[in-house]
Ligand binder design. Sequence first.
Ligand SMILES: Cc1cc2nc3c(=O)[nH]c(=O)nc-3n(C[C@H](O)[C@H](O)[C@H](O)COP(=O)(O)O)c2cc1C
Length: 324
Amino acid sequence: MNNNVKKITLAPMEGVADALMRELLTSINDYDLCITEFVRVVQGLVPRHIYHKLSPELRNKGTTSNGTPVRVQLLGQHAMWMAENANRAIELGSQGVDLNFGCPAKTVNKSKGGAVLLKSPDTIYQIVSAVRDAMPPTQIVSAKIRLGFEDTMLFEEVVAAVAAAGANELTVHARTKKDGYRPPAYWQHIGKIEQAHQMTIYANGEIWDIASAQQCMTEANTPYLMLGRGALAMPNLANVIKGSEEKMTWQALSHLLQHYAQLELAGDKSFYFSSRLKQWLRYLKLQYPQAESLFQRIKTLTHKDEILTEISALALHNVQSKNT
Ligand SMILES: Cc1cc2nc3c(=O)[nH]c(=O)nc-3n(C[C@H](O)[C@H](O)[C@H](O)COP(=O)(O)O)c2cc1C
């Protein structure tokens, strides 16, 4: 049994955990690290402005406003260009580099990055060791994998390849590519990773509350966790797991939503505000039934002012019901 969490990372989630969401979630949680959405590496150096766009935190020494470290994730199959780009990410301020070997998207797999590489431990070894060799020894190289592509046959081989190539940390999303995002997560496979590998192992997948976090830590035999969708469904989940807070009330959450709306509208992606908010509400309603009724009220609204009015009314209503 290993139920005392040591570190919690916020998972990379393309199109969801963008810089603004990272800023918001780290402002209310004690996360130890955030991983960015992936930077796609084909052949060549990805321009600096793309790194900055994906991770404005790089201009802040690779940290969010409250000082939570942010690590750039790279996705690609070309070892040399992955290494060159890892160096660039570090030069720009990334706190280590994370390598994505778990992404299931088709377009990604056509250009041979992400989960398809789980079929080829050798390629994974080449990429991780090229990146490790190119980077300053003090910088952390981490990899993120699934249990396999179609099945778990090569899992141990992949883990051994990542370790032999010199990675410091490994996160395992405890499902195969074929499993997609369907529950359950098979944490017990993580528990079988040999201690001899000397990497810090992070367990990931289907952690939604304190009970699942504890079950995961027990089965995966690690006190290091990465939170994905659960971190969106319960915005203070990291602190709940760390034992410093109870689950956020709907009242507090309605104020957070208002704050989010203001930040989103002030940012350069305000065009996406309504779809981003609706997307977040889809996760929130897993933990808060009230999010469903808010979603129903705003789902047909497209104009930002109308949506803002609904959210402000909600926050106001909560203040009033608290005072009466
Ligand atoms: C919308 C979405 C986008 C994701 N984008 C990435 C990504 O860019 N890089 C990556 O390594 N994993 C990505 N993932 C996978 C998550 O990091 C995580 O491994 C997965 O969601 C399982 O954890 P969970 O069950 O806690 O959500 C994404 C997942 C979701 C739901």
